[in-house]
Design a protein around this ligand. Structure first.
Ligand SMILES: [Zn+2]
Length: 231
């Protein structure tokens, strides 16, 4: 368990594809969300109950099957809102309360790092108890790809792995958009910790600063990136 300024985070490596599923909670209100529920819904529900959390949302980093195959079972347990990008190719069941993260009215929240001041990016947020997580659209691996940022915690889905990044083999993927998404992540603070969608690296997490040194896909050479990603 990791706690970042009132945010609880539990990283669980689950399933045949080494997925990382996350339980996030606001420690004050004990409201929680599951990010990319897949493979073992009983595990999440048991964990949530043991922590005395109240499930209030599902957050999706993208819609690939290995990240969403537990959504329906969770909704059967409790029909909580599902937050995803409107560009996501996955559609939750018709009874689901879908919230498109790109439809949420824009707020004044900007990503904090001073390095982004010149850009003044404005992002939508999603609620978690009394906390707000910033949604950073990161299409590329999939058209509806997005990351969730809170303080020094970045849930990066399949956009960035430790020493890697998502592939571009499935419908709607774009090598150039993935390149742009990773360049955007590089503008965030170096001490932000990446929590990826798969356990494919030597460690389960790493900081953006360290990844700048060891992740070949953090290159600012687009031709090289394209060559690597198409290989
Ligand atoms: Zn994926």
């Amino acid at each position: 368990m990791i706690s970042d300024n009132g945010l609880y985070l539990h990283q669980a490596q689950i399933g045949p594809m080494d997925n990382f599923v996350y339980i996030l909670a606001d420690l004050k209100t004990r409201k929680c969300a599951v990010v990319d529920p897949a493979w073992d819904v009983d595990y999440f529900l048991t964990h949530i109950k043991a922590q005395n959390f109240e499930l209030e949302a599902i957050f999706l980093t993208h819609g690939h099957g290995d990240h969403i195959n537990g959504v329906e079972d969770i909704l059967k347990f409790k029909n909580v809102p599902v937050y995803l990008s409107s560009k996501c190719l996955y559609h939750p069941p018709s009874y689901a309360k879908v919230h498109y993260t790109d439809d949420i009215p824009e707020t004044d929240d900007t990503v904090e790092p001073s390095k982004t001041d010149n850009k003044k990016n404005t992002y939508n947020t999603v609620p978690l108890g009394n906390l707000e997580l910033t949604v950073i659209p990161t299409p590329g691996h999939s058209p509806g790809g997005q990351c969730f940022l809170y303080k020094k915690t970045l849930i990066s889905g399949d956009t960035v792995f430790v020493n890697g990044c998502g592939h571009c083999r499935l419908e709607g993927a774009s090598v150039s958009l993935l390149y742009d998404a990773i360049q955007l992540i590089k503008t965030l603070d170096d001490d932000i910790i990446i929590y990826p969608g798969h356990d494919y690296g030597p460690t389960g997490t790493d900081t953006i600063g360290k990844q700048k040194k060891t992740n070949p896909y953090f290159t600012n050479n687009f031709a090289k990136f394209t060559q690597m990603r198409k290989a």
